[in-house]
Design a protein around this ligand. Structure first.
Ligand code: ATP
Ligand code: MG
Length: 422
């Protein structure tokens, strides 16, 4: 016997029972996003590799070691999207919806990174991404964080910490970079292999190291804040005030640098202590330079992405019942053959038109086995149709939890069901 083919490591199947949670998050997110005037955009999962090289940056974990890159049949290098911002900006420029406009856009979908799979870290994972274009002032940064907070509240997620920092302009970062390299060279013997590699290629990323042994070195490092340009400092100070006014608590983490090159000024992460090492649930910031870097006009921009697997895990940990809106309310069981089955299908159609969720038994079998299936379907009531019922113009209705059964006239059925299924 041949071994069955298995899924790719780090790429998960989501079964109907899991999707109950996903759907709840997606519905709430949609409703919150629409409440802020964000509109959905969809773009391909596959793009030219250069798009990611140019936007995310050559010397980043994503581009150096995490991308799924391959040549297509024409020899063109393509990459499965590791994140959404680059594709969203590309689509925005290409369709002419960014230039001289204000756009609030969102998307949802799978992203791909070749990382070491573990809890909260997968090779195919999903993000809800939010990108806002054409707004340069910190009111927009504040609004993005208000949106996040409203979503956490809508979902009942608590205990998240907002960490905030400013990366300033790329010029300001260059001066800081020099100071940081000088400092790190002084403590070279304390650096791990990864950090030594990053030292010259992308020294800011040393601050991003999750290695506990590196934390003392990182703790003593010069702070980026001291090197920020005046305009960025003012942007950051105003953002702080606006957040306080809006009642959003945050922690200034001067070592928060984020893994992508395109950020300017504001960067943030919403983190939790309930997911072990994979603590960031949502991350983002301002990227005023990216649109022009990808060939568009100079356009202010900011956004964030939520990791859905981590959010689902948080909600599942909290537990609680979830309204199973995808489950049928009524199961129609058939006692008989073709004639009864035909009547069953027709009754199920009528009930659906009246707004009920109905699963109609197909495939024959004894009444006993049909009722077992009815139980498993999650329906509250079973309707029984047999020759006698048809002749008398009624149906049997069974309350599945108690087994109580009564005969109901077809004319009273709708009202009966409405009263039982609130
Ligand atoms: P991390 O530091 O955990 O690797 P990141 O900085 O690489 O995260 P981003 O690129 O900012 O992550 O993506 C935004 C969010 O997407 C993260 O905060 C996280 O919730 C989620 N995410 C990122 N990578 C993965 C992954 N491999 N599996 C599951 N979720 C992920
Ligand atoms: Mg990462």
């Amino acid at each position: 016997m041949s071994k069955h083919i298995q899924a790719i490591r780090g790429m998960n199947d989501l079964l109907p029972d899991d999707l109950v949670w996903w759907q709840r998050i997606e519905e709430q997110a949609r409703s919150v996003l629409h409440a802020y005037g964000y509109r959905e955009i969809r773009f391909p999962v596959l793009e030219k590799t250069d798009l990611y090289r140019r936007s995310i940056g050559e010397v980043t974990d994503i581009v150096e070691k995490e991308m799924y890159t391959f040549e297509d049949r024409n020899g063109e290098s393509l990459t499965l999207r590791p994140e959404g911002t680059a594709g969203c900006v590309r689509a925005g420029i290409e369709n002419g919806i960014l230039h001289n406009q204000v756009q609030r856009l969102w998307y949802l979908g799978p992203m791909f990174r070749h990382e070491r799979p573990q809890k909260g870290r997968y090779r195919q994972f999903h993000q809800i991404g939010v990108e806002a274009f054409g707004m340069a002032t910190p009111d927009l940064d504040t609004e993005l964080l208000l949106l996040c907070q409203r979503l956490w509240r809508a979902l009942g997620v608590d205990g998240l910490t907002l960490e905030l920092n400013s990366l300033g302009t790329s010029q300001a970062r260059a001066a800081y970079r020099e100071a940081l390299v000088a400092y790190l060279q002084g403590r070279l013997d304390e650096l791990d292999e990864d950090s030594r590699q990053r030292l010259h290629k992308n020294p800011l990323r040393v601050l991003d190291s999750k290695n506990p042994a590196m934390q003392p070195v990182i703790g003593d490092a010069p702070k980026l804040t001291a090197y920020l340009d005046d305009v960025s400092l003012e942007h950051f100070a105003t953002l702080g005030k606006m957040l306080a006014q809006a009642g959003i608590k945050f922690v200034h983490n001067p070592r928060l640098v984020r893994g992508l090159d395109y950020y300017t000024r504001t960067v943030f992460e919403w983190t939790t202590d309930r997911l072990g090492a994979q603590s960031a649930v949502c991350a983002g910031g301002r990227y005023d330079g990216l649109v022009s870097m990808l060939g568009g006009q100079d356009t202010a921009a900011a956004g964030f992405a939520i990791g859905l697997e981590r959010l689902v895990e948080l909600l599942q940990q909290k537990g609680g019942a979830i309204e199973a809106a995808s489950r049928p309310q009524v199961y129609v069981a058939i006692a008989g053959e073709t004639e009864e089955a035909t009547q069953g299908l027709a009754l199920a159609e009528t009930l659906r038109e009246e707004g009920f969720r109905v699963e109609c038994h197909c495939g024959g079998g004894s009444l006993k086995s049909q009722l077992k299936r009815a139980d498993r379907s999650g329906a509250k009531l079973a309707i029984l149709i047999g020759r006698d019922e048809i002749a008398r113009g009624e149906v049997g209705v069974k309350v599945l939890a108690s087994g109580a059964q009564e005969q109901i006239g077809r004319g009273e059925l709708t009202a009966y069901l409405r009263s039982r299924l609130v």
